[in-house]
Write a protein that binds this ligand. Structure first.
Ligand code: F6P
Length: 493
């Protein structure tokens, strides 16, 4: 199997003394794919995370990694530009306005072609190639042109937008045609797959029935049937469970609580510093709870890990200023010497430190405004080995479709969010345990191996002539109303 993703699971990092080292890349895609690739005998093609780095293929952590070089201009136009300032906001309810630039699109096409060529050169005859995420939506069709013998799967890790939003993209038809080069197109939620099928129906002349789209063969060749369906992603749950049981991790969790002055309620947020994550909404709600005396320092403390992300994109720089301004204001008002209201950490941490933080927390706050899945929510649950801890979860995450047992919130509704945070902070142990047990059963059963096995089985099984049960067709017909059309709460948008 060949995996093709924008990034390798490790980034090349230049240290202060000029030396270089490989460090784990950020984000959910890497957390999900790493265990899959460690178990499989395959290669992973991806960018090194820095411009102009030429590196030979190498083995790391039981994976065979094949670096692909991007120039500084390509990083600016393909990655920061088209991927993260056009497609990303377009796919997340246009929370930040997407920018459409023709030279970004040109770079996106060029770089997608290079990824496709690299995969075509590496894959054995008849091999499975698994392409990942929105940065590489043209790769399936480009690869099929080069290597029609391959079985091609594509998985979309982020939301697929409703037709009404996707239609803004000047190159919408090319993107859809790119995806239809795959045999199987996977999404996080049935709603995303439904949005895609609706886009296919409206923007192409192709016949789509239920989950299946018929694509005419090249030069009078046989028709192909492409399937679009939901495969909700997960984590290596037993690894997090095992990590959270290790004595040194448990000791670290206690140390964290002690260092914070053993607060009665430790609230935790863990996100890439991204405007989709609702970090401002959660800090604002927490600040108001302190102002109203419904929570107080030092009984309560909020730890917010905000790992650096896409720092050259203006919308991310602006968000950082806003979040840091808000944290400063709340600490200035409610903090004291030795006890801050918010502990803000602009860093990434290794998985065992994350497990200790999850164990230490009483309430986990996941308040995304839109999120494909949100694997942090699942990591928290997998680490709560004592059935202690409450998950507050935005209804706008893919995880909300699966994790009953969480307290669901609409993060735009600041008053509702405050009530839910307060309820979580005061929850009786009995209710907490019952909810967490339910959550853990789900997360431990539906792990990342199950996700990849089911995707690859569906890809290997083939779909030609597959019958779609009538209820699925019905579900796809009715379930996918556009999101994000409702009002976004005033200054909280
Ligand atoms: O899941 C969304 C995603 O963009 C992944 O493709 C990526 O691994 C992660 O978020 C982190 O983003 P980036 O690679 O831009 O740092």
């Amino acid at each position: 199997m060949v995996v093709v993703a924008n990034r390798l699971p490790v980034d090349l990092t230049v240290e202060e003394d000029g030396s270089t080292s490989w460090r784990r890349s950020p984000g959910g895609l890497v957390s999900a794919l790493e265990p899959v690739m460690q178990a499989a005998d395959g290669a992973w093609i991806g960018w090194t995370g820095s411009p102009d780095v030429e590196a030979e293929p190498f083995d790391a952590d039981d994976m065979h990694l094949v670096p692909l070089t991007l120039s500084a201009d390509e990083v600016a136009d393909y990655y920061e530009g088209f991927s993260n300032d056009t497609l990303w906001p377009l796919s997340h309810d246009v929370i930040s306005p997407p920018e459409f630039h023709r030279h970004w699109w040109d770079a996106y096409r060029r770089v997608n072609r290079r990824f496709a060529e690299a995969a075509a050169g590496l894959a054995a005859p008849g091999a499975v190639v698994w392409v990942h995420d929105y940065q590489l939506q043209l790769v399936p069709a480009l690869l099929r042109e080069l290597r029609p013998d391959l079985r091609i799967g594509y998985f979309h890790h982020i939301p697929f937008p409703p037709l009404e939003i996707f239609a803004q993209l000047p190159w919408r038809r090319q993107v859809v045609e790119g995806l239809l080069g795959a045999d199987l197109v996977g999404f996080q939620r049935a709603g995303d797959a439904g949005n895609f099928i609706r886009v296919v129906r409206r923007l192409t002349d192709l016949a789509a029935r239920g989950q299946l789209v018929t694509v005419p063969g090249h030069d009078g060749g046989e028709d192909r049937v492409v399937r679009a369906a939901a495969f909700p992603i997960s984590i290596d749950s037993s690894r997090f469970d095992a990590m959270a049981r290790r004595p040194e991790v448990r000791a670290r969790a206690e140390e964290i609580r002690a260092d914070l002055g053993n607060p009665a309620v430790l609230l935790l947020g863990v996100d890439r510093l991204d405007y989709t994550k609702g970090i401002r909404h959660r800090i604002k709600a927490y600040g108001e709870l302190l102002a109203e005396g419904r929570l107080s320092v030092p009984d309560a403390a909020l730890v917010q890990v905000a790992s650096p992300s896409r720092e050259n994109v203006e919308a991310y720089q602006q968000l950082r200023d806003e979040v840091e301004g808000l944290v400063g204001r709340i600490n200035g008002e409610f903090g004291a010497i030795g006890s801050a209201a918010v502990y803000y950490l602009h860093h990434s941490y290794p998985p065992d430190e994350m497990a200790a933080l999850y164990l230490a927390a009483d309430v986990m706050l996941v308040t995304s405004l839109r999120d494909g899945m949100n694997l942090v929510a699942k990591e928290f649950v997998a680490a709560c080995v004592d059935d202690r801890g409450v998950l507050v979860l935005s209804e706008f995450t893919g995880a909300a479709d699966e994790l009953s047992g969480a307290l669901l919130v609409n993060p735009h509704d600041i008053d509702g969010l405050k009530d839910t945070i307060e309820r979580a902070a005061r929850m009786e142990r009995k209710e907490m345990r019952a909810r967490m047990r339910k959550l853990r059963r789900r997360v431990l059963a539906d792990d990342v191996t199950k996700w990849s096995d089911s995707f690859l089985a569906a890809l290997g099984a083939g779909v030609d002539g597959a019958e779609v049960p009538e209820q699925d067709v019905d579900h796809l017909r009715h379930a996918h109303q556009p999101h994000g059309e409702g009002p976004r709460g005033g200054d909280d948008a």
